[in-house]
Design a protein around this ligand. Structure first.
Ligand code: ATP
Length: 139
């Protein structure tokens, strides 16, 4: 079966590098499914969940926004921040969510509320990815 090479990197680290069957990414305009031999593409990403599948294996990664580029049989994700599901500190994300909600309700300017909203979306993406993996482990 055809595969496509996926690299997910941040300024700090390589989060994922390997061949996969499909990538489902949180595109700015909605979920984006990318199979091997997809046409060239460059797009921005929202905070959300990125899923990479290889055979029966599935990797879940929380993405905090960034860019995705599709090259001939290669996908590069340059993420603002990204964590594999098992790396996510749930208590930290819950605290960040609460802080962002408080900041959102007390924000004095559009700039402050935009920052709080972005922080809220990052925290929600982390919690959703962590929750999904926890649910799976129970099955
Ligand atoms: P916080 O307020 O908790 O720092 P944040 O959304 O402001 O959250 P970022 O600026 O997006 O954090 O990320 C800073 C670094 O911390 C990145 O390396 C990111 O991967 C990591 N990080 C942030 N939140 C978590 C978390 N809940 N679990 C694991 N790593 C995290």
């Amino acid at each position: 079966m055809a595969t496509v090479n996926l690299d997910i990197v941040t300024a700090e680290k390589v989060v994922y590098s390997g061949d996969v069957d499909i990538v489902i990414a949180p595109g700015r305009e909605g979920q984006l499914g990318i199979l091997p031999h997809h046409a060239a593409l460059m797009t921005t990403l929202s905070a959300g969940e990125l899923i990479a599948r290889k055979g029966t294996e599935e990797f879940l990664i929380a993405i905090s926004g960034g860019f995705l580029e599709v090259l001939p049989n290669r996908i590069i994700v340059l993420a603002d921040a990204a964590e594999r599901a098992e790396e996510i500190d749930i208590a930290r994300a819950e605290a960040a969510k609460k802080r962002a909600q408080d900041n959102l309700s007390h924000s004095a300017s559009q700039g402050e509320s935009a920052l709080a909203e972005a922080a809220l979306h990052r925290a929600i993406a982390r919690l959703e990815v962590a929750e999904r993996v926890k649910r799976r482990r129970k099955i």
